[in-house]
Design a protein around this ligand. Sequence first.
Ligand code: ZN
Length: 473
Amino acid sequence: MPAEEADVTKLKLRILCGILAGLLLTGCSLFKGGDKTDPDAVDPNATAAATEDPALNPIAPPEGDPAENPSGSQSGEPADPSGSDPSPIEANPVDLPTPVVPDPGSSGTSEPTGTGTDAEAGGTRVTGIELDRYIVAVQVGKSEMPIVTMLPSTALDVGEIWTSDDTAVATVSTYGKITGVAPGECRVTVRSTDNPDVKATVDVTVVEDQDIIHVKQITLDKYECNILVGLSDMPWVTMYPINAQDKGEIWTSDDTSVATVSQYGHIMGVGPGTCTVTVRSKDNQDVTAKVTVNVKIGETVKEPTYIDGTLIVNRTYALPKTYNPGVSAEAKAALDELIAGASEDGLSFWIESGFRSYEQQLNLYNTYVGREGKDSADRYSARPGHSEHQSGLAFDLNSFDDNFDKTPEGQWLAAHAWEYGFTLRYPKDKEDITGFMYEPWHVRYVGKELAQKLHDSGKVLEEYFDITSVYAD
Ligand SMILES: [Zn+2]
């Protein structure tokens, strides 16, 4: 699937999804470090700045974004009453009043109360009404609902009275839900029950359904996913025509004991078996695409693998789930020597990421899959059990940036790491051998003797020991 065909909105959703997942899974770590080129990723304690890649920064979703809909979208409910289908007209600032700090105590959809005013005659009365928009475009048969704030925030009776001046064009409910009836224009007014002189108006334009470009087809970058229990995948969706206006997705799994799917299409393996995951156009629910999901139980690794006394961790050789040594004291002491040596040359190094447990790596990996899909995540993020960071012998230093190798520190590290017993584990142009993208910041402690042999031969561990680095599936 050509990248340019990718749906940008979808990308943003996925990024947001990934960030949210990251927040849930790693406790905000994603705001602290790493970018998409961070191969194996972000230490929860890392302090690097957030990614500079705008495509991966936290992006506020467009209005009507399903991410803002806390009730989720898998129910197939077609419209978010708080305002799907952001209208370009709303962007017109001309008629918008000066923003007022919203009143947290006043819900936009509060029910009319209309009672208690006598008893509270001495209380604060409503003196103004703020709306989140004053111009609304709505399709025939669809609805929009502006959000209301009664001012001041101390007002006691925040009841609303809604009217439409032409119910043949649009009607409005007692809660302010505006529904298109026929093409045309009308004005909807909201008044305070407490003080009917206080009002705000909404100019409503109703358009025909056929003026909308509907989704006619969905394609995926894959129609089959093979995942392990606890791991995930995310097919990439493209909706056609490309200029369709509502590319909302509804995802369902026909067997959630095999795999679940999030509202963004992030599929998670639950138990062994096969199921079908379906994505449906929110706009046109007859349009679907299906993915066959095969879930297997991963092989249980019982012992770490040593070759000539060197612990091997790569795509072929995993660590047991329970292997949880923390940072190796020997490796840390060697790193302290390296840092001291560099400082004599006027350079400074710091640890961005050191030891990571199996569970931390699991969460990190799934978070990346939720951002970019499994194929992409596999290039730079190790699956759980397959990260060298779980060995306690690996460190990510200074920066998760490919251009680290152009900095004085990056060049010094490439030239001198071996003198302290470290090897740059994932060199340039050896992705096919190591299984991971270039990581100029990732060093692995192997001891001075082996480090020198690797340095002198120019080989990586896989070449030196003549072993593979390939996932079993
Ligand atoms: Zn690393």
